[in-house]
Design a protein around this ligand. Structure first.
Ligand SMILES: [Zn+2]
Length: 96
C-alpha cells in the first residue's frame, strides 16, 4: 500500500489493520440491519512524510486516498476510487 501523495511508505500498517478489522464488523452489521444513512467512516491511516498531508483509507476498495475530500453537506463524501459513500472521520471535523 503506497502513499497517495509521494508513493512512499507513509501509511501506518498497524492502524490500517485495526481499522479494517473494526470496519469489517460494521459492514457486516449494516448489511443485516438497515442502518439507513449511516456510512462507514473513512480510516485515517497516516500522514505523508514528504508533504504532511493526511492519508485516508476506504473500507470498500481498501485503497488509500488524499485529503481534503468533498463533503456533500451531510458529513459524508464519496470515495475517489470506487465512489462509495463514506463518513468523514471524527478527528477530521475541524479540518473540514
Ligand atoms: Zn473506495
Amino acid at each position: 500500500m503506497k502513499c497517495p501523495y509521494c508513493g512512499g511508505d507513509c501509511i501506518n500498517k498497524m492502524i490500517v489493520e485495526i481499522y479494517l478489522q473494526s470496519v469489517k464488523k460494521y459492514l457486516k452489521y449494516s448489511k443485516n440491519e438497515s442502518v439507513g444513512t449511516n456510512n462507514p467512516t473513512a480510516g485515517e491511516v497516516g500522514e505523508c512524510k514528504e508533504t504532511g498531508g493526511r492519508i485516508y483509507l476506504c473500507p470498500y476498495c481498501q485503497k488509500p486516498f488524499k485529503a481534503p475530500f468533498l463533503k456533500d453537506g451531510k458529513g459524508s463524501f464519496k470515495c475517489p476510487n470506487c465512489g462509495k459513500k463514506l463518513s468523514v472521520p471524527v478527528t477530521n471535523k475541524l479540518f473540514c
